[in-house]
Design a protein around this ligand. Sequence first.
Ligand SMILES: N[C@@H](CCC(=O)N[C@@H](CS)C(=O)NCC(=O)O)C(=O)O
Length: 264
Amino acid sequence: MADTNKQSSEKKEYHKKATGNALTTVKNHSKENDLKLYGSCFCPFVQRVWISLEVKQIPYQYIEVDPYKKPDLLLQINPRGLVPALRHGDWGCYESTVLMEYLEDLSEGQSLLPPQPKTRAHSRLWSDHINRHIIPSFYRFLQEQDQQKQVTLADELKTEIGKIVDVADPTGPFFLGAGISFVDIQMAPWVVRLNRVLKPYRGWPEPEPDSRWAKWVKAIEENEHVRATTSTDELYLDSYERYAENRPNTSQVANSVNSGRGLP
Ligand SMILES: N[C@@H](CCC(=O)N[C@@H](CS)C(=O)NCC(=O)O)C(=O)O
């Protein structure tokens, strides 16, 4: 019994407050604003919307919420109680991809989608690939406890990433070329977590030097808006131990992965 207590007290928990650069950004956006992002510091889906706001330089207020406690102000916007949620005046909405499109539709600041219809469709197609293939594959690999299966799941994730790298602009460094755009932002939070979560917990390898993938990862990691919304490494290491140990009741994402359903 004493042992069990000791073990549980050593377990790492998810963080409830941003650290490092992300904390500075939170502080710079703590003032009341009509546009409110309800987010959680560890959440990659939130980081997508957060990067978009930073790239576009749209004024906003960041409000930290615990999505596992589901405060009323979150449930009022999103009955499913997931972050990110956005409130704009008396209207609210949720789902990270939908929110990125909403910010795009405000036509304020830098566009994330290019003007050409075909390149827009290309961006949406590969954003769909990230959501339907790369992200579920990331969690399957992280949550798998069987080492043999982990090898197969690492390959599966590499294959899914390889597909999007193959269709990226050959020169880059970003998906469509010189500047960050929609697909990069959809992908960035998981790129950040490859190095900070999958590497320590599952031995995820560094990109092959001079490869197109290495160039993309570097560009994302060095982007000022990605950095402005990224906390210190420890926050991710601690927050994802629950996933890496596949603890029961970790989250809706973890439950969906365990039951073979699509992500929430
Ligand atoms: N499909 C959603 C997923 C959002 C999501 O899963 N957010 C997590 C935090 S990273 C959450 O709110 N979890 C609360 C829960 O599992 O109850 C999106 O793209 O916004």
